[in-house]
Write a protein that binds this ligand. Structure first.
Ligand code: Z5A
Ligand code: MG
Length: 212
């Protein structure tokens, strides 16, 4: 694994509707990669620990009201404030599993009716994932899982629109997993996909940038 100066960690993004199992699977993937001896961290967006993240959190819990464009830019700013750390981690060989990223930003805001190209613009220049895994679930099935909480977007009607936005946004490079399968089956499929990706990044695949 050593001897290649360009060896780096992989940027792996999990996307999908509310309740599709992103957090469940990212936690399991973290354990798996660490068990193989890979330096790995689990990140999530929004990162509610920063001051921008606190504004987002307060918006999501309806403690504050914000214009749709404004909150879109806050979600983007929340990724920009982590960008340089993200690059340092990847270059130092740490693989990052990221629970939601720019695709959530575009899918949720365009589901509200904002123009998709306008939504994509502030994401330009962020690091592009080496792999995007979409945990695919019909909105109706997701709604059956333990019930939604009371955050702003956790409503079936809106999740249907988000599902449609993801369909418009995805491209052929995304890995799709049927998220209605048992947790362990999804976990196995994810492990296979990500192992390849980690290996290619260790061999020195160059970093790339959105939107690529
Ligand atoms: N948002 C945005 O608008 N713009 C942005 O740029 C970003 C985000 C980054 C907060 O996100 C909101 O912010 C989110 C998008 C928006 N709004 N919505 N909706 P969040 O990440 O904090 O919330 P979330 O990820 O959507 O919700 P979640 O509940 O954490 O979903 P999950 O992580 O995908 O699911 P989970 O916690 O792993 O599993 C949910 C339940 O299902 C749980 O009881 C599990 O045990 C169960 N589960 C999981 N897998 C299975 C399988 N395979 N079978 C059966 N049951 C399962
Ligand atoms: Mg989650």
């Amino acid at each position: 694994r050593s001897g290649n100066g360009d060896s780096r960690g992989a940027l792996v993004v999990l996307e999908g509707l509310d309740r599709c199992g992103k957090s469940t699977q990212s936690g399991r993937l973290l354990t798996y990669l660490k068990g193989l001896g890979h330096s790995t961290e689990l990140w999530r967006f929004p990162d509610r620990t920063t001051s921008v993240g606190q504004m987002i959190s307060s918006y999501l819990s309806s403690q504050s009201q914000l214009d749709d464009h404004t909150v879109h830019l806050l979600f983007s700013a929340n990724r920009w404030e982590k960008r340089s750390l993200m690059e340092r981690k990847l270059k130092s060989g740490t693989t990052l599993i990221v629970d939601r990223y720019s695709y959530s930003g575009v899918a949720f805001s365009s589901a509200k009716g904002l123009d998709i190209d306008w939504c994509k613009a502030p994401e330009i220049g962020l690091l592009a994932p080496d792999m995007v895994v979409y945990l695919n679930i019909p909105p109706e099935k997701a709604a059956e899982r333990g019930g939604y909480g009371d955050e702003r977007y956790e409503k079936l009607e809106f999740q249907r629109k988000v599902s449609h936005s993801y369909q418009v946004l995805h491209d052929a490079s995304w890995k799709m997993i049927d998220a209605c399968q048992p947790i362990e089956d999804i976990e196995k499929q994810l492990q296979e996909m990500v192992s390849d990706c980690v290996r290619i990044c260790q061999k020195g695949k160059p970093l790339s940038f959105l939107w690529s």
